[in-house]
Design a protein around this ligand. Structure first.
Ligand SMILES: NC(=O)C1=CN([C@@H]2O[C@H](COP(=O)(O)OP(=O)(O)OC[C@H]3O[C@@H](n4cnc5c(N)ncnc54)[C@H](O)[C@@H]3O)[C@@H](O)[C@H]2O)C=CC1
Ligand SMILES: O=c1[nH]c(=O)c2[nH+]cn([C@@H]3O[C@H](COP(=O)(O)O)[C@@H](O)[C@H]3O)c2[nH]1
Ligand SMILES: [K+]
Length: 502
């Protein structure tokens, strides 16, 4: 495309579009369709999170305390993606979340309460919002199950001040914690059970699974190829910081079985991060370490030199981010992804497009512009699997979603990390908000991936590699949309409408 301008030349190649001194984001650009010679179902979205971590879908859950804990980690891994467990907790607590996710092969977490036979249950809240609680010899997960307490049985007690041994149901047969979803479903059906404890080889009670949950998940699209670590267990990532105390955090996370760590900073090109990357790679050469965040080639170059196995791209693009407003620093996300990915590909370092994903079209754009995965916060925060409970705001069912740089997250519990020991004045770079209930990710992520496949088909890209080849060979063409073109591309001119994507 170096010759003179031709009338037949149509659209722009990415290299030319993104070198005009303008910061573009996903909505600014539109991809021009190419040629279809395969069905959408033939599109293969398998990819890599980092150098040595394969995924079957390009989806990653953000390391945020309103997004990624054990339930998100197991559901994401069961779908073939991954979650990065947040670090806004003590190292021991974060490691316990990782251990909990890695202890099971089913895509959900019930987290029942435990009682001993002599315990008395005084409040409904003692049930942890579950329909059943487990009774074990010692009242902890580390001893033998002797019974089950049903919430309904407790509710019908006239006198609540009686020991659970008087009204507990007999202990049902247990299933091994290593059973996957299909095996658990077959076990419950085979034994004709309503519920069964999941027990690890060492005797620790991992969870209580219910036939009702299994039925609900069966009504969702079929689970894909799960993400498993070399240990054969669900693949789980975890975030660390760049302080001295994060070295201990790293050690506990590795012991808990974390398969990949993300060094979590808004501006990753720092002496602190480079030291942490070198420390982690030196201590655990087999562990993939993802660095970031970066938005420029120079930042990426430094972290690649330090030894990262993956790069997280995005500064200020997140839905809860105020970094660009507060610090005047960042970049439009489409430009950032294209620039960093163009450089990183020559070093075999996969790029995670982090922040600003609001729909399947944004995912297509991020991947086509060179990313290997997308990282999402708000897209997943209203789901069943996100931490927290649903509340009602103006009649809408919502869940809290907050920035990790919001004052509320920074001052949470024992965590002093973001307050900066030397930083006396705290300035937030994020907000606290709420997002609408989206149901289970086990349902909406498969539909979202189907939409991404349809986008890839329109472009004539049968895989991520093929999309990246089209980008680099300049066969892929794109353009910037004017404000009016963006309006036209959305829903317009209707008195009313119902938007029901699937
Ligand atoms: N992607 C984005 O655009 C943004 C993301 N965030 C999120 O908010 C959270 C907090 O991010 P940051 O504020 O960047 O956290 P951070 O912990 O990387 O940095 C906070 C402050 O501490 C300093 N610092 C870090 N390590 C140090 C060390 N060893 N010695 C002395 N000073 C040190 C940093 O330079 C910075 O001033 C993260 O979860 C991040 O992902 C926040 C802002 C923007
Ligand atoms: O400026 C920021 N202040 C914050 O408090 C904050 N917390 C998270 N993040 C980043 O936003 C990403 C999630 O963005 P989305 O909700 O758009 O998916 C996340 O993956 C992070 O990269 C923050 N950025
Ligand atoms: K923002």
């Amino acid at each position: 495309m170096n010759g003179p301008w031709s009338e037949l030349e149509d659209g722009f190649a990415a290299g030319r579009l993104f070198s005009q001194g303008v910061s573009y984001t996903y909505d600014d650009v539109i991809l021009l369709p190419h040629y279809i010679d395969f069905p959408a179902d033939a599109v293969d979205l398998s990819t890599r999170l980092s150098r040595r971590v394969p995924l079957s879908i390009p989806c990653v859950a953000s390391p945020m305390d309103t997004v990624s804990e054990a339930a998100m980690a197991v559901a994401m891994a069961a779908l073939g993606g991954a979650a990065i467990v947040h670090g806004n907790a003590s190292p021991a607590h974060q490691a316990a979340i990782v251990r909990s996710a890695k202890s099971r092969r089913i895509p959900f977490v019930t987290d029942p309460a435990f009682f001993s036979p002599s315990d008395r249950i005084a409040y409904v809240t003692d049930f942890n919002s579950a329909l059943y609680a487990l009774v074990t010899e010692s009242g902890t997960a580390k001893s033998r199950v002797v019974g089950v307490v049903a919430l309904s049985d407790w509710e019908s007690l006239a006198d609540k001040n009686v020991p659970v041994s008087e009204y507990m149901r007999p202990a049902p047969a247990s299933a091994p914690a290593s059973c996957d979803f299909e095996q658990v479903a077959a076990f419950l059906a085979g034994e004709g059970l309503e519920y069964a404890p999941l027990v690890a080889v060492d005797g620790e009670v991992v969870d209580l699974v219910m036939a009702e949950q299994v039925e609900r998940i069966r009504s969702f699209p079929k689970l894909g190829v799960p993400s498993l670590g070399p240990d054969g267990r669900f693949l789980v990532g975890a975030a660390i910081g760049t302080r001295e105390e994060d070295k201990e955090r790293l050690e506990l996370l590795v012991k808990a079985g974390a398969n990949v760590v993300v060094v979590d900073s808004s501006q990753g090109n720092s002496i602190y991060q480079i030291d942490m990357i070198k420390h982690a790679k030196n201590l655990y050469p087999q562990l993939d370490v993802i660095g970031g965040n970066v938005v420029t080639i120079a930042q990426a170059q430094n972290l690649i030199k330090a030894g990262v196995d993956g790069l997280r791209v995005g500064m200020g693009s997140g839905s809860i981010c105020t970094t660009q407003e507060v610090c005047a620093v960042g970049r439009g996300q489409a430009t950032a992804v294209y620039k960093v990915a163009s450089f990183a590909k020559d070093h075999d370092v996969p790029v995670i497009a982090d922040g600003g994903i609001a729909n399947s079209g944004h995912i297509v754009k991020a991947l086509v512009l060179g990313a290997s995965t997308v990282m999402m916060g708000s897209f997943l925060a209203g789901s069943h699997e996100a931490p927290g409970v649903y509340e009602y705001q103006n009649g809408r069912r919502v869940k809290k979603y907050r920035g990790m740089g919001s004052l509320e997250a920074m001052t949470k519990g024992s965590d002093a990390r973001y307050l900066g020991d030397t930083l006396k004045l705290k300035v937030a770079q994020g907000v606290v908000g709420a997002v609408a209930d989206k149901g289970s990710i086990l349902k909406f992520i498969p539909y979202t991936m189907q939409a991404v496949k349809q986008g890839f088909q329109d472009l004539g890209a049968s895989s991520l590699q093929s999309a990246h080849n089209l980008l680099q060979s300049e066969v892929l063409r794109l353009e910037v949309r004017t404000g009016a073109a963006q309006v036209e591309g959305g829903i317009h001119g209707l008195v009313s409408y119902e938007k029901k994507p699937f």
